[in-house]
Design a protein around this ligand. Structure first.
Ligand code: G
Ligand code: G
Ligand code: MN
Ligand code: NA
Length: 252
C-alpha cells in the first residue's frame, strides 16, 4: 500500500484527527483557534503535515481532506453551541480546494447542516491563491464573504501577493508567518518587517495574528506594537478539541 493510498483510506474512513491551536488576544483572552489536521498511521506513527499536505495536493486528495477539515470545524461549533459556547475557528483551505466549482455551495451546505453562524468560520488562504485567475478568486471570496464567512491570509509575507491585489480582497485578517517572528526582537530586519506589516494592516483595517510565538519577548513586542492576536507554543500547542473546550469554558 503506498502512502498515497493509505492517506486516501484514512480520509475516506474518517481516521484523521484534528488538533486545535488556540489564539489569544494581547489581554490574554482566548480569541479563536486554528484547526490543524493530524494523521496517525495504523502502526501508530505520525506523518507530518509537511509530508501529507503536499502529498494530498499532488494526489488530488486535498479536496476531500479539506472538506473533512471544514466539517470538523462545523462539528466543533455544534459541540460548543451545545455548551452555550462559541469561538471563531480557522480552517486552512488550499488553492485547489478553493478552486473547485462547488466550493461555495459546499461551505454553505456545511454551515447550514450544522446550524453554524458563518462569522464563526475563518478560511485561511495563502498568497498562492493570487497567482492566477484573480478576478474569479476575488468574485468567489466576495460570494463567501456575503454569506458572512471571513478570510485570513496565511503565511503572510512569504508569497507573491501584490498589495494592490490584497486591497481588492474581502479580507478580515493577516497571519504573519512564523519565519518573521522567530528571530524577533533581536533581528533588526524582522522587527522592521513586522512593524511594517502591522502598520499596513492597521491602515487597511485588517486584524493581525502572529504565528509561531515562542517567547515572552516576542509576545511583549507584538502586544506593544498593536498586534491583535498571538498563536504559538508560548500560549498553547495544537491539542484535541476537549482541551480547547476546557479553555473556553474556563473563561466564559
Ligand atoms: O502543525 P503544522 O505542522 O500542523 O502544519 C503544517 C502545515 O500543514 C501548515 O502549513 C498548515 O497550514 C498545513 N495544514 C495543516 N492542516 C491542514 C488542513 O487541514 N488543510 C490544509 N490545506 N493544510 C493544512
Ligand atoms: O497553517 P500554517 O502554515 O500556519 O500552520 C501552522 C504550523 O505552525 C503548524 O505546523 C503548527 O503546528 C506550527 N506551529 C504552531 N505554533 C508554533 C510555534 O510556536 N513554533 C513552531 N516552531 N511551530 C508552530
Ligand atoms: Mn494556517
Ligand atoms: Na502559517
Amino acid at each position: 500500500l503506498t502512502l498515497e493510498h493509505e492517506l486516501a483510506q484514512a480520509i475516506e474512513q474518517d481516521r484523521l484527527h484534528m488538533a486545535y491551536q488556540p489564539q489569544f488576544d494581547c489581554q490574554g483572552r482566548l480569541h479563536g483557534a486554528e484547526l490543524l489536521t493530524r494523521w496517525e498511521r495504523d502502526d501508530g506513527s505520525m506523518v507530518s503535515p509537511a509530508i501529507f499536505i503536499p502529498l494530498a495536493e499532488e494526489a488530488g486528495l486535498i479536496v476531500p481532506l479539506g472538506m473533512w477539515a471544514l466539517r470538523q470545524a462545523c462539528l466543533a461549533q455544534q459541540r460548543m453551541a451545545a455548551q452555550g459556547l462559541a469561538l471563531p475557528l480557522s480552517v486552512n483551505v488550499s488553492p485547489q480546494q478553493f478552486r473547485q466549482v462547488d466550493f461555495v455551495q459546499q461551505v454553505r451546505n456545511c454551515l447550514q447542516e450544522h446550524g453554524v453562524e458563518p462569522a464563526l468560520l475563518i478560511l485561511e488562504v495563502t498568497e498562492g491563491l493570487m497567482v492566477e485567475k484573480l478576478d474569479e478568486t476575488v468574485a468567489r471570496m466576495n460570494e463567501l464573504a456575503a454569506l458572512g464567512v471571513r478570510f485570513s491570509i496565511d503565511d503572510f509575507g512569504t508569497g507573491y501577493s501584490s498589495l494592490a491585489y490584497l486591497k481588492r480582497m474581502p479580507l478580515y485578517e493577516l497571519k504573519i508567518d512564523r519565519s518573521f517572528i522567530m528571530d524577533m526582537p533581536d533581528d533588526a530586519n524582522d522587527v522592521v518587517i513586522v512593524q511594517a506589516i502591522l502598520a499596513m494592516a492597521g491602515h487597511m483595517g485588517l486584524r493581525v495574528v502572529a504565528e509561531g510565538v515562542e517567547t515572552q519577548a516576542q509576545a511583549d513586542f507584538l502586544a506593544t506594537h498593536g498586534c491583535h492576536a498571538l498563536q504559538g507554543y508560548l500560549l498553547g500547542r495544537p491539542a484535541p478539541l476537549p482541551a480547547l473546550l476546557d479553555l473556553l469554558a474556563a473563561q466564559a
